[in-house]
Ligand binder design. Sequence first.
Ligand SMILES: NC(=O)C1=CN([C@@H]2O[C@H](COP(=O)(O)OP(=O)(O)OC[C@H]3O[C@@H](n4cnc5c(N)ncnc54)[C@H](O)[C@@H]3O)[C@@H](O)[C@H]2O)C=CC1
Ligand SMILES: O=C(CO)COP(=O)(O)O
Ligand SMILES: [Zn+2]
Length: 359
Amino acid sequence: MSPDGIKLLKTPVLDKSKWMQLPRDVIIGHDALMQLPKVCEDLQVSGSVLIFSGKGTMNVAGSRVLSLVKEVADAEVFIVDKISPEIISEAEEVGAGVDVFIGVGGGRVIDTAKIVSYNCCRPFISVPTAASHDGIASSRASVPVKGGSVSLEANPPIALVADTGIIAAAPHRLLAAGCADVISNYTAILDWELSHRLRGEPISDYAMALSRMTAEIISKNADLIKPHAEESAWTVIKALLSSGVAMSIAGSSRPASGGEHKFSHALDQIAPGKGLHGEQCGIGSIITMYLHGGDWRSIRTSLKQIGAPTTPKEIGIDDKSAAQALILARSIRPERFTILDMGITEEVAEQLIAMLYED
Ligand SMILES: NC(=O)C1=CN([C@@H]2O[C@H](COP(=O)(O)OP(=O)(O)OC[C@H]3O[C@@H](n4cnc5c(N)ncnc54)[C@H](O)[C@@H]3O)[C@@H](O)[C@H]2O)C=CC1
Ligand SMILES: O=C(CO)COP(=O)(O)O
Ligand SMILES: [Zn+2]
C-alpha cells in the first residue's frame, strides 16, 4: 500500500535487475573547498583534470578550485555559458583523454560536467556554488532541446564537495529556488502515482518516500531558511542531495519531476531567461497541487516564507504566457504522464494562473 492507502500495482520482481549509482564521498561544510586535494587523493585522482565552470562562477569558486587541483594534477578549464547538445559535443572533444571532470557552478554547469563525464566514461566531482537545484548529486542530466527538454542518463558525482560558505554567500534567490525545486517533489510524486494508476507506470516506494520526506523537511523548516545563513545552506544542500539520491534510486527524474517541471520546461520555451528552474517549478507545483485536490495553499505559504516567487509576475512573466505554458506542458516529454496531460483548455489555464494571486 502507498502511504495514502492506495493499492499500487507492483512490477514483477523475478526478472528485475537494477544498478544504482550514488556519490561515494560527500563533503559539506565551511571551507569544504579546501578538502579538494584530499578528495582527489582519496579517489586517486592524478593525471589530467578538466574543470567546467561558468563565466561568473569561475570568479566565485572556479579559480580557487583550479589552483587547489593543480596541487595534485594537471588541470584545465572549460567555460560553459549555456547547456546545449552542441556545447556538450564541444566539451567532449576538449575532454577526450581527460581522467576526471569537475563541475563548479550552477545546475547547467554541473549537468554539462555530468553528461560529458558519462559520455567519456570518466568520473566527475560536483562542486555546486549555489543550492539552486537538486541535480547536484543526481544521476540525470537535463538538456534543453528544440521544442522541449530531455532528461538523460548520466554519471552521478563520485564526490560532492559543497562549501556552505560559498553557497550561503550566493544571492538568496538561488537558495530559495533550490527549496522550491525540492518542495515541488510533492506534486511530482502525485503525478507519478497518477501515471501508475492510469498507465501502469512502475513506481518505486523507496524513491517516493525519500523524495516526499525531503520536501517535508524543507516545508517544515521553511521559516528557518534565512538569507546568507550557513545553517540554511546546510539544510538545503542536504535536501538537494537526498532528492538527487531519490532520482538515482528510481533511475529517472520521476520522483522529483512531474507536471510542475513540464510547466517550467514550457516556460523556458515561451519566456526564456526569466525565472530560475526551481522558481518556475515551485509556481507550477502550486497549480498542479490544486489540480490534484491537495493543499496548494500550504505549498504557497512555504514558498512565500522562504522567499520564493508564487506568481509569474514576480519572475517577470506575464499571465498569458504562463497560461500558454500550462497548455504547452503536455507536448513536452509526452511519455511522462502528469495531471497537466489530462487536457486543459485555454480558459481553465487562465483561471489557474489567476488563482495564484488569490488571498
Ligand atoms: N540533473 C538534474 O537532476 C537536475 C537538473 N536541473 C537543471 O539545472 C538547471 C538549473 O540550475 P540553476 O542553478 O538554477 O541554473 P543556472 O545553472 O543557470 O544558474 C543560475 C545562475 O546562478 C549563477 N550562480 C551560481 N552560483 C552562484 C554564486 N555563488 N553567486 C552568484 N551567482 C551564482 C549562475 O552563474 C547562473 O547565472 C536547469 O538547466 C535544470 O534543468 C535542475 C534540477 C535537477
Ligand atoms: O529538475 C529535475 C528535478 O528537480 C529533473 O529534471 P527534468 O525535469 O529535466 O527531468
Ligand atoms: Zn527540478
